[in-house]
Design a protein around this ligand. Sequence first.
Ligand code: ADE
Ligand code: ZN
Length: 329
Amino acid sequence: MSLAALPKVELHLHLEGAAPPEFIRRVAAEKRADISRAFGPDGGYAFADFARFLEVYEAATSVLTTPEDYHRLTLAVLEASAAEGVIYTEAFLSPDFCGGGDVAAWREYLAAIREAAVTARARHGIEMRGVVTCIRHFGPDTAKRAALCAAETAGDFVTGFGMGGDERRGRQGDFAYGFDMAREAGLGLTTHAGEWAGAHSVRQALDDLRVARIGHGVRAVEDPDLVARLAEGQITLEVCPGSNVALGLYASVADHPIAALRAAGVPVTVSTDDPPFFRTALTAEYAALHAAFGWEEEDFAELNRTALGAAFCDAETRARLMKRIGGAV
Ligand code: ADE
Ligand code: ZN
């Protein structure tokens, strides 16, 4: 089997961040919105650093103003993921972008996203779950509203709660109220940590938010005691090597700590984060890891079993998909 055909499980994908630039340009043209500054001469998204990345992300997202926009976005994203061999994906969904944090408006966006997910499953055999996400640089009060949206819609489709955005602002613990609300609603928890801040941010995520998974988490490698804690607690890292390289965290995939973390017994998984922004796709990530570390199909199969084991889904779905990736339940 080729890397392209290998069935894959992706745990870390921002829905708007997966929007192809042509898709966003088309929607912008329909709405006569000028967001040309988001694009470079080759037509792709253009940014020089993480701060500008967040601005371009929000500019692109600003043209997505209706549930129908999110319906077509979800269809396009799931079709592209399925073409990479993805059989299960967890997408970060942001009530701040989908109705401004209002629960009634959020329900309408969510219904449209879910309807697209049902269609994509029938067409492409891909399973999706939503991880409602607050955005750190919008602050803790806005995050509470996102958590309320998550808690109100928790169930068989919305199965997790997380936080993205600028990790350099505030502390993880500032957002504990929202994470507590989400935990009480039965949601799985994850937060971006150890991407733009160091090991201390990963410690805060574990101590103050009590998450089961960490988005990125790679800078934990700077602290051997923390690496041991992640391995012992079997805290799964949603690692996105291409994203980290594109944003300048590491010079190349060969310099990336994913192999060291894996060798230390930390459960690592591989995702794309915002693939068109970083000019990547999941099969290309696998190919880069093969080239850098010599990982073969059995290594990737193991990573996918780890990912499915840590997925925020019900036992029946996990067992059914585990069979498709050759794992025991
Ligand atoms: N939102 C989308 N991509 C992100 C990333 N890599 N880090 C933090 N927030 C994000
Ligand atoms: Zn991310």
